[in-house]
Design a protein around this ligand. Sequence first.
Ligand code: PLP
Length: 365
Amino acid sequence: MAQPATINFTRGVPADESLPVSELVEAARAALDTHAARVLQYGPSTGFAPLREWLAQWLGVEPARVLTANGSLQLIEFVCLGLLAPGDVVFTESPSYDRTLTLLRRHGAKVVGIPLEADGPNLSALEAQLRRSVPKLFYLIPDFQNPSGATCSGAKRRRIAELAERHGFLLLEDAPYRLLRYRGSQEPTLRELAPDVTLHMSSFTKLIAPGIRTGFLAGPERLVTKLAKIAEDTYISPGYLAQGVAYEWCRQGRLPGQIEKLKALYAPRLDACLSAIDRELAGVAPTRPDGGFFISITLPERTTTTAVREAAASRQLNLADGLAFFPDGGGERFLRLPFCALAPAEIDEGIRRLAEAIEAVRRAG
Ligand SMILES: Cc1ncc(COP(=O)(O)O)c(C=O)c1O
């Protein structure tokens, strides 16, 4: 009998079918036809100037407040290099994006997790931590968080902005999923609420393609200047050819249509995943995001993510370890389910296999 196909509920990547290939071919031709000498040369470390200006206008800030880099993860690395010294305290949500936790630790930061709830960080825990130590920065993913899927409420954003201003710490707002809202209305960004203490980041990874490797940051000019110097000392200039392609694609007005296409592709996948969980996993309460790439669940008692992953692997279902998302322990029963790169039928089958794996672990325990 043929083996059932493997289902990967592991990585938060865009669906292959979402990639705007023919538009990018056209944009690449236009970039080389129009700007060859600039996109094939070195240039300022802040990025290809027309793209920087386009982003500034789009974000509603001066170009001097915008920095681009080869992906937003690299911007986090520059923030660590520029603003952190070993031993500095950094707050993150708990759970948080594991690659950021790795970078923070690599730079010797003392990472303190603030427990995350369905509507954002637990504010009592945040205020209690602030009485112990004021961090250098607080890293947050307020919209459709990776890995939990939680979105921070407007009230919590306002309180966090106030606390940052009052205590004098920076907010590193990572918002790559913000525009992928399938329903409901947007909350203000932290940058809108506290522009002088917020570094707001996003990326074209989820909106165009990861391979375009273009992330961007908007923040206070003195910090942007400092980070731009670190960028220059790291790679002289970012990938101008990719930035030229991204610029032409944006200039041709492709972004709004692409966002609508992504929403039309991903919203049914979110719904399929939530319905399958409700149907197959009785008693498990998932996060119920209105957008983004991720749903998360807490597995039933008497199971662990480690054991369920093993049982799932023997059913051709790959799951990600939950532990790496937790800065200071916990997460033994946490499971992140990235739904965007799977078709609804694969999601249904994947959740069915997950239910079987959970049941097998419970029976064995
Ligand atoms: C919250 C968050 N920040 C940053 C990144 C990195 O994105 P980029 O490809 O722009 O480096 C990701 C990618 O999954 C992410 O989820």
